[in-house]
Design a protein around this ligand. Sequence first.
Ligand SMILES: Cc1cc2nc3c(=O)[nH]c(=O)nc-3n(C[C@H](O)[C@H](O)[C@H](O)COP(=O)(O)OP(=O)(O)OC[C@H]3O[C@@H](n4cnc5c(N)ncnc54)[C@H](O)[C@@H]3O)c2cc1C
Length: 420
Amino acid sequence: MSYAGKNSAALQAVVVGAGIVGAATALNLQRKGFDVTIIEAESPGEGASSGNAGITASCAIVPVPVPGILKKFPFMLLDSMGPLSIDFLHVARNTKWFIDYLRHGRASEVNRIASELIKLTDGSIDEHLRLARDTGGESWVTARDYLYIYPKRRDFEEEAFAWDIRRRHGIEYEEVNATELREMEPDLAPGFSFAIRLPKHGFSLDPAKLVKGLVETFQKQGGRLLQAKAQGFEFGEMGAHTLVTDTGSIPFDRLVIATGAWSATLTRQLGVKVPLMSERGYHVQFANPGIRQNHPLMVTSGKYVATPMTNGLRLAGIVEFKPMNAPSDPKLPSRLKRHARLLFPNAKLNDCETWMGHRPSLPDSLPVIGVVPDHPNVILAFGHQHIGLSTGPRTGRFVAKLAAGEAINQDLSAFRVNRF
Ligand SMILES: Cc1cc2nc3c(=O)[nH]c(=O)nc-3n(C[C@H](O)[C@H](O)[C@H](O)COP(=O)(O)OP(=O)(O)OC[C@H]3O[C@@H](n4cnc5c(N)ncnc54)[C@H](O)[C@@H]3O)c2cc1C
């Protein structure tokens, strides 16, 4: 589908959802001359984009399901410090999704998925810095090496499959020995004696403030932000042309649906069925922990990330498969609290807040980015699973190009809307 030849300067674009994907899309559309309105049910940057680990993870191209994952599930579930929690009734009600998810974990599929995800993750920190330059988001994102830390070198060797994929996709990394690691992170528990250092990475010092800062600048530049819940559409000969919200209807020339884990209800009304699932995740953030932490850390033994944010040390992780609207489980952030003690034995951990949010996930671990067949003015942009902060700015740039009918120098067909 192409919009080429139309003058985008006069066009009204509506973006539903003000997470990182919606905010990046809105700014990019504005920079192309569209007259843009964001519709957000809550306030900007309060969905998954607020509580994540904040890593701009160019390296995150290997999906969660990999060969052998099924055998590890029972151990993960029995481990009281493990990264996985499953509501079996929820799994039984969504068997097809889970079978599909696991089916994509075979080696050939993981390699294919990595080759697609790198189109979005490559150069993530530079993409963020470019997006945030001269906006209110600028001070909330920074370049920094990312460390994967391991108890022993052999724990790294056990992940050879994933590191081989990263290496083959051009991701640079180097080994860090115990002495070097101690110099880099003096307050880290002595149980970690090996690390991998990834240059050309970065992190957000406060992901919610990053998104809010982007949206504030969008508004200062003439963009409109309306607090409303998108509910449906009005249709004409050319498909959907008006968005219906709980506060009124808004006609559009282009509509972008960037509503993260909540997107399926809207797309269904456009005839697009997407098997979208929330992979619920948690964080615990400790104010004034009183430790030195120079790098964001992927703690491979617990499969969580520890990030030195402005408001303290944030540990984020856990995959919980449970209905979206179920209350959060207090046992899960408690696991992260116990991990914090093991990671930084001298940290002060009494002052903390906890959070639960929804990773928008599709069974093939790829997002949906593209124009809706039969509704040529509607573009979908969601399903960025564990890496939406990293990939939001590139997605926003691609979506704005799609909206303007410009060519994209990447084949995005793997992200197509009607692939399920
Ligand atoms: C624990 C955890 C750690 C993570 N760590 C990282 C990380 O380190 N790096 C990384 O890259 N990614 C990470 N992620 C993933 C990342 O947070 C998500 O992929 C990303 O935030 C998704 O962004 P989004 O804009 O698509 O969705 P969201 O941020 O969820 O935004 C969607 C918005 O749409 C709004 N909305 C929904 N329905 C409607 C409606 N009908 N009308 C109007 N508005 C609506 C919502 O209110 C919300 O504001 C992590 C996620 C979790 C849970």
